[in-house]
Design a protein around this ligand. Structure first.
Ligand code: FES
Ligand SMILES: [Fe+2]
Length: 369
């Protein structure tokens, strides 16, 4: 099913408000609690899900010029993406071909990538450029010692990386064409580590059943509790959260209805990426497992706001609003991780309101087999 356009999405939300309803899944799902702390389960997820899926590595706006690079762990392995002098972004295993040191850390812009251990240097296309005191390596085939490439493709304003298999992203993702425009620029990149399984963190973004209880003083005064439109989007979902400001559209001509300001849609790109949309900003959250009970959240904020004071004010208000709610989600999720290891539950139960979570677990189970 194609995603609803803005007007149809607003129609569906207004119908839910009137009927005091929400989108419902077909069935309840039970997920074994062990899947949130078992090392074997995480190994299978990394091998069968993370490394075999073309997953967003960073926004293209993070690599806006030749030589711009970003290095981080993805799917449990160090990866670096770098924009070449030809404008093409390439991805590599971030390990020197001498003795394995990472050739780049964090983000920056360089003419070449130089390993800090013994200073072997690599061109932006990954080829080995220089070896200090090369006479110490008789017979070294420099052509065979470039950085090892991974699948890497720029699409829809994102850089997708695949470590094992087909580099092309899921064709269903063409539906996000235009979501991130060439006008969007990166204004923040934050990294937070959390004591929680990566799936718990993703789950928090994908249901609105917790709005009143968890976000009583942040989101709830402006949104609705347990009122979502949930649409299949590739192997993930698009989950839409309305604001009470949507009521003002009832008196406006339908052709003037626009989503920004009245809806936040959370686009879940399977398995571990969500893009949340706000007026003037998009927030991209990438959740990377570090261990079964520990994860790293990489957050990128993009904006297409002008430099005007009015636009900047809207960006600041929106970021503060989102940050307050996100802190509440992090508190809950870390507490849930403790609850899971307490032995109280053998399974977690996802109800009919939590269909996007059921979908996540179904897809993981299907990939692992
Ligand atoms: S490990 Fe990189 S130069 Fe030695
Ligand atoms: Fe939340």
């Amino acid at each position: 099913m194609p995603l609803l356009d803005e007007q149809a999405l607003i129609d569906r939300v207004l119908a839910h408000i009137d009927g005091k309803t929400t989108d419902l899944a077909d069935s309840v799902w039970h997920e074994p609690v062990e899947h949130y702390f078992s090392p074997e389960r995480l190994d299978a997820e990394l091998a069968c899900v993370f490394r075999r899926t073309a997953t967003p590595f960073c926004p293209a706006a993070a690599l806006s010029e030749p030589g711009a690079y970003l290095a981080r762990e993805a799917g449990g392995a160090p990866i670096v993406a770098v924009r070449g002098n030809d404008g093409v972004v390439r991805g590599f295993r971030n390990a020197c071909r001498h003795r394995g040191m990472q050739v780049a850390e964090g983000a920056g812009c360089r003419k070449v990538l130089t390993c800090r251990y013994h200073a072997w240097t690599y061109n932006l296309d990954g080829t080995l450029r220089g070896v200090p005191d090369e006479y110490g390596f008789p017979g070294l085939d420099k052509d065979a010692h470039g950085l090892v490439p991974v699948g890497c493709i720029e699409r829809y304003g994102l850089i997708f990386v695949t470590q094992d298999g087909e580099a092309e992203p899921d064709p269903a993702l063409t539906q996000m064409e235009g979501l991130i425009s060439p006008d969007h620029r990166l204004i923040a990149h934050d990294v937070i580590e959390m004591e929680a399984n990566w799936k718990l963190i993703c789950e928090g973004f994908l249901e609105g059943y917790h709005i009143r209880s968890t976000h009583a003083e942040t989101f709830y005064p402006r949104q609705y509790d347990n009122l979502n439109v949930i649409e299949a989007f590739g192997r993930g979902n698009r989950v839409t959260f309305p604001y009470q400001s949507i009521e003002r559209l009832r008196d406006a001509p339908r052709e003037t209805w626009r989503a920004p300001g009245v809806l936040t849609s959370v686009w879940h790109l399977f398995p571990n990426v969500v893009i949340s949309t706000f007026p003037k900003t998009h927030k991209i959250t990438i959740v990377e497992p570090l261990s079964p009970g520990r994860s790293r959240m990489e957050t990128f904020i993009l904006t297409n706001a002008k430099d005007s004071a009015e636009d900047q004010k809207r960006v600041d208000i929106s970021r503060a609003f989102v940050a307050a709610g996100a802190a509440e989600d992090r508190m809950v999720v870390s507490a849930v991780q403790k609850g899971l290891t307490s032995g109280a539950n053998a399974v977690l139960t996802f109800g009919l309101f939590e269909g996007a979570l059921t979908r996540l677990h179904r897809e993981i189970a299907a990939a692992i087999g």
